[in-house]
Ligand binder design. Structure first.
Ligand code: GDP
Ligand code: IMO
Ligand code: MG
Length: 427
């Protein structure tokens, strides 16, 4: 049995797409288990750049089976757009399996996402407006439309009718928004249902069969641990479980089937949308990191907030995910900074906090305690072996290993496949 969960260790956009694509050359199956097309996973192959949102990042290898699991919220329109773009780029998309139990993102979810954000004003979360939260709300409320309902015209029509009536009451009464129209949605979406039907199956069987027959299975996390609805910086989170445990529910496998958890860690920290961020930089250094790392959202194009690496956060992530090793990403972006800082604790009044706190009020008052390391000026992007990295870059990596008590098994020094240093095979 060889299974590997890949999780975002911070607030998303750590470079999961690149690592998943890299490891997919060995994988038989790649599985998404949560989130939806709020995710934006970038994969660079040669001079081509692919932005994957709903489709697993294993899609660029012909033989890999790509599973969209039951825990995903599935936007049919977004999915078909992605299929179209990939097909136009010459990618084979026949190896996709969609769970019959996944929930469907409908137009009213997006409408409510946008209206709800608008109504919150200053308090808004800064969502991607892809309808993710409202779709998960319906799922938990037990009124959602699942894929198996969606592709059954009779069931779909009936459920949609009820949903549109209900959502229009909310849209009008709570948000004074514009009503959605049943006929328009039905006509458009019943066509989508016909187009996706061929991909639909019981994916729990696909995943379980692969695991039991010793195939290599990669579980592709979306978002990041600190965006987890239970364990993240609530309410500034997404509505799913991006942590490793999310896969047991989101793809229907037992927790004992997970061998390794690879934590994807950006060499610094970024966040899109609102919420606490203790090591955020508001000065020139923050801007320089944003520019060097091209830190603009893959899904929404928003500038990402940037700051130093936060070990309090990473160690929290290690604990809640059960991370067994780290893939350190975007190390090349730190080239040219004279001094580098790593946050090792939070000063909270007279106290020093090392366990990530729950309260936003506490987080707001936390000041980062930094350790300073010497930077390097050499370009890293052509280096092939860990030993050939500049001494100070090696020291930076080794210090992360000491502070997290985890091995850094992969070091990424550029967006391309070959800009990857493997120190130890993990899959
Ligand atoms: P994901 O959501 O975790 O898959 O990450 P994104 O794709 O949203 O953002 C990561 C960005 O960093 C993408 O533009 C990647 O192409 C890029 N990237 C990944 N690894 C590296 C790296 O090691 N160095 C640099 N410079 N860019 C990288
Ligand atoms: P990947 O997979 C970074 C953030 C949004 C917002 C919050 C809630 O590319 O790492 P939502 O639309 O999910 O209700 O928004 O979560 N967010 C992400 N931030 N990377 C992502 O995905 C994200 N997906 C959602 O910016 O703050
Ligand atoms: Mg992303």
């Amino acid at each position: 049995m060889s299974t590997l969960v890949i999780v975002g260790s911070q607030w998303g956009d750590e470079g999961k797409g690149k690592v998943i694509d890299y490891l997919s050359k060995k994988a038989n199956v790649v599985v998404r288990g949560q989130g939806g097309n709020n995710a934006g996973h970038t994969v660079v192959v040669g001079d081509k750049k692919y932005a994957l949102h709903l489709i697993p990042s294993g899609i660029l290898y012909n033989d890999t089976v790509n599973v969209i699991g039951n825990g995903v919220v599935f936007d049919p329109k977004g999915f078909l757009d992605e299929i179209k773009n990939l097909t136009e780029a010459g990618i084979d998309v026949s190896n996709i399996k969609i769970s019959s139990r996944a929930h469907v993102v409908m137009p009213y979810h997006k409408v409510i996402d946008a209206l709800s954000e608008e109504k919150k004003g200053e308090e808004k979360i800064g969502t991607t407006k892809k309808g993710i939260g409202p779709c998960y709300m319906d799922k938990v409320e037990r009124s959602g439309i699942r894929i198996c309902d969606f592709i059954d015209d009779e069931v779909f029509k009936e459920k949609l009718k009820r949903q549109v009536e209900h959502k229009n009451i909310i849209i009008k009464a709570v948000y004074q928004g514009e009503e959605v129209d049943f006929e328009t949605i039905y006509n458009e979406y019943s066509e989508y249902a016909k187009l996706i039907e061929k991909y639909v199956t019981d994916t729990t069987v696909v995943v379980s069969d692969a695991v039991e027959s010793d195939k290599k299975v990669l579980f592709e996390g979306a978002q990041g641990a600190l965006l987890d609805v239970d364990l993240g910086t609530y309410p500034y989170v997404t509505s799913s479980h991006p942590i490793a445990g999310g896969f047991t529910i989101g793809s229907g496998i037992g927790p004992n089937k997970i061998n390794h958890v690879l934590g994807i860690v950006k060499a610094y920290t970024t966040r899109v949308g609102k919420g606490p961020f203790v090591t955020e930089l508001f000065d020139k250094t923050g801007n320089d990191i944003r520019t060097a790392g091209h830190e603009f959202g893959t899904t929404t194009g928003r500038p990402r907030r940037c700051g130093w690496l936060d070990i309090v956060l990473i160690n929290y992530s290690k604990r809640i995910n059960g991370i067994t090793s780290i893939s350190l990403m975007l190390l090349d972006v730190l080239t040219g900074f004279e001094k580098l800082k790593i946050c090792t604790g939070y000063k909270y009044g007279e106290e020093v906090i090392t366990n990530y706190p729950a309260s936003l009020k506490v987080l707001d008052k936390c000041e980062p305690i930094y350790e300073e390391l010497e930077g390097w000026t050499e370009d890293l992007t052509q280096i092939e072996k860990f030993e050939d990295l500049p001494e100070n870059a090696k020291k930076y990596v080794k210090r992360i290993e000491e502070l997290t008590k985890l091995p850094v098994t992969i070091v990424s020094i550029g967006p391309k496949r070959k800009q990857t240093i493997i120190r130890e095979e993990v899959f």
